[in-house]
Design a protein around this ligand. Sequence first.
Ligand SMILES: C[S@@+](CC[C@H](N)C(=O)[O-])C[C@H]1O[C@@H](n2cnc3c(N)ncnc32)[C@H](O)[C@@H]1O
Length: 220
Amino acid sequence: MDRHLCALDCGNAPCSDPNRIVNMNIKPAADHPHRQILVDILRQFSFQSVLEIGCGSGVNLYNIKQTFPNVSIYGIDVSSNAIKEARKNLPEGSILEVGDASDNFCFPDKSIDIVLSDACLIYLNQKNFKKALKEAKRVARVGVIFCEFHHVNFFVRLAFRFLVGFKHKKYNIYNYEENLKRAGFNNIKIKKLTDKDWPHSTIWKIFGSIIYAIFGKDES
Ligand SMILES: C[S@@+](CC[C@H](N)C(=O)[O-])C[C@H]1O[C@@H](n2cnc3c(N)ncnc32)[C@H](O)[C@@H]1O
């Protein structure tokens, strides 16, 4: 078993490179503190299905199934290796397919209660990021939850891109408040992650946030 950890230090196998997803023991990754926050946010809502875009080897979906056994889980990932691993890690009946977060998802409008992403939208350029938000909005019935890089200040985002971006050039930081509003979301909540939520990672400490928007009755 390859014991390399993900460059994002989420306890996961190295997942930003689709060909390096390897067999892993899911438990250490499942215990990463930020994942518990995602589960705690989910506890507040009534839902029967979750789709994770960029689900990797299925660690969040595994936690969700452990906590909410009756919920149906769906995952897409651009990496076929990731989907292969997720199929090993998740119970039969889970729907796991290769798919791109910025393509049309193969799900009808309002067909999944919660659409989730965790460290996936950071890989999308602006055009694809906007397409992914639009698709998440189309498919989700109850709301969306994202754990991604967020910052409201344009100059901070610019400084990141030009000063330190060379080291992390594959990552994108967006102003989720602005982009979610533009995509038609209301009731947007943003919880900044702390050092405790994502230990040993300066970039997650500065930019890591959980962003969620739950639809009101008039939107569903
Ligand atoms: C850092 S990993 C996170 C995996 C998982 N969300 C987790 O928290 O364990 C990022 C994942 O996003 C996937 N990914 C990157 N770009 C994607 C895209 N355009 N569409 C779908 N998945 C993508 C990668 O293949 C990888 O599995």
